[in-house]
Design a protein around this ligand. Structure first.
Ligand code: NAP
Ligand code: MG
Length: 464
């Protein structure tokens, strides 16, 4: 795979400050496919300086011109979609079909939406005798995870660009090649030097240096709750803005009036997609006691279709594989019943885990409370609607969810009572313009659409 041996800073690929490199591994066969530089605080400092220097010019660029540059970036991403998909497939281990659709198609649409929003958004409003200006926050430090390598970058960079912010990105160490392709696309689209900068590296080194840098005005982080907590504390100490998109343990609530077979099969597909490495995955399925046994059978049958290596890829690395297997073992130890899958490796090579369904899961079990981030579903039984609501709302998380019922009105009435940021009603499809983000410990702030743009703006009131 093509890999740059430098950092993209101030519109150029520059040698890294230090000699260390990160080996990029294909998790499907455990082969090294390239190396990228491991950035240090010096690389981060150079990138932040470039972003600060570029800020006044980009912030003053008329929104219509910013929109045109974002549209050009969208066009480059679309033109290079095949190449990016092959890279995502190689460094994440995603099946190529998934890499060609969700992993690359969604970011192209999101980039396009911010070209449109930059052109149409009201960056100024009149309230009484005040004119309120919506101005860019400044330099954005973006720290992204590996699970949707391109989407996670675009969901931060595109709205930041639309707002008039400049950016330094520290992508996940597991998926830096996709981030390098994004930097190439920025370059090809003709964005001014310093508006977007890339520093590859390790979280506790380059990521932490970025979060702590005085020249960063807003840190936008997506990843684990543990690191999010730390970044929030760092930002709080410096009184800088922070956006956190953290984990989830979302509930898929199947009400008795629902089409059970459909709710179960869509629910299983939702968790298995991307090998369960989706923060918004519906990893808890809640079924009425009268329908529970039937749902368990349907779920076990549905999961059998996900053959590792074919329809479902590996986990991103050995650590995540071991973590997920550990949770499967824990579920057994806690008294839950495996009805499909299990902790044993499905094949010798690659970081694969068996798609697994647990029955007889009770709400206090770790497999019902903690984010597993793998192809593991827990089926919980409820007695009545109030019980279902208590279970659905009974975790520290609140990122997403689903409700199924005989009609939308019944499902919507339930969804209104859920403590969570997004709910898909009767299989309602993903909307890339709808705000995405967490209640409770699932995070702070929203991504996507106009709400995602607002994260990168600050307001100034002029009275006259
Ligand atoms: P993570 O460590 O939180 O990684 C997310 C990003 O933060 C990566 O770029 C990471 O760099 C960086 N980072 C790590 N430590 C940092 C620090 N001290 N300061 C600044 N940045 C830092 O997540 P992970 O270890 O890859 O995955 C662990 C768990 O997180 C998963 O099992 C899952 O539960 C959760 N997760 C959630 C999401 C989501 O979309 N909400 C995505 C991925 C993971 P490195 O790549 O070098 O670690
Ligand atoms: Mg990590």
């Amino acid at each position: 795979m093509k890999a740059h041996d430098g950092m993209y800073i101030d519109g150029q690929w520059r040698p890294a400050a230090g000699p260390d490199v990160i080996a990029v591994v294909n998790p499907a066969d455990e082969q090294v496919i390239g190396h990228v530089p491991a950035g240090t605080a010096d690389d981060v400092d150079a990138a932040v300086r470039a972003a600060r220097a570029a800020l006044p010019g980009w912030a003053a660029t008329p929104p219509a011109e910013r929109a045109a540059k974002i549209a050009a970036l969208r066009d480059v991403l679309a033109a290079r979609q095949e190449e990016i998909a092959a890279t995502v497939a190689a460094e994440l281990g995603a099946p190529l079909a998934l890499a060609q659709t969700v992993h690359t198609g969604l970011p192209v649409r999101v980039a396009g939406s911010y070209a449109d929003l930059a052109a149409s958004y009201s960056f100024e409003e009149r309230i009484g005798n005040s004119t309120v200006l919506l101005e860019p926050v400044g330099v954005v430090g973006a720290i992204t995870p590996w699970n949707y390598p391109l989407h996670q970058i675009v969901a931060k960079a595109a709205p930041a660009l639309a707002a008039g912010c400049t950016i330094v990105l520290k992508p996940a160490e597991d998926t830096p090649l996709t981030a390098q392709l994004f930097a190439e696309a920025v370059d090809e689209a003709g964005l001014p030097a310093g508006v977007f900068n890339l520093v590859t590296g390790l979280g506790p080194v380059a990521g932490q240096a970025l979060a702590e840098h005085e020249g960063v005005d807003l840190v936008s982080f997506t990843g684990s709750t543990a690191v999010g907590r730390q970044i929030g504390a760092t930002a709080g100490a410096a009184v800088k803005r922070v956006a956190l998109e953290l984990g989830g343990k979302s509930a898929n609530v199947v009400l008795p009036s629902a089409d059970l077979a459909k709710a179960v099969s869509v629910g299983i597909a939702n968790v298995m997609s991307n090998s369960g490495q989706t923060c918004s995955a519906w990893t808890r399925m809640l079924v009425h006691a009268d329908q529970y046994d039937e749902a368990v059978e349907l779920a076990a049958a549905a999961v059998a279709k996900y053959v590792p290596g074919d329809r479902i890829g590996p986990l991103v690395n050995a650590k995540q594989r071991d973590r997920v297997r550990g949770y499967i073992e824990k579920g057994v130890a806690e008294g839950a019943r495996i009805v499909a899958g299990g902790p044993e490796a499905p094949q010798d090579k690659g970081y694969y885990v068996q798609p697994t369904v647990f029955a007889d899961v009770t709400p206090e079990m770790a497999i019902a409370q903690e984010e597993i981030f793998g192809p593991v579903v827990s089926l919980l039984k409820y007695e009545d609607e109030e019980d279902a609501l208590r279970i659905a709302n009974g975790t520290v998380y609140g990122l997403a969810g689903a409700v199924w019922a005989g009609d939308d009105a019944e499902a919507v009435a339930f969804a209104r009572r859920m403590d969570t940021g997004q709910v898909d009603v009767n299989g309602g499809r993903f909307n890339h313009l709808a705000p995405f983000g967490g209640y409770k410990q699932s995070g702070v702030g929203r991504e996507l659409g106009p709400h995602g743009l607002a994260e990168y703006l600050q307001t100034k009131s002029l009275q006259f």
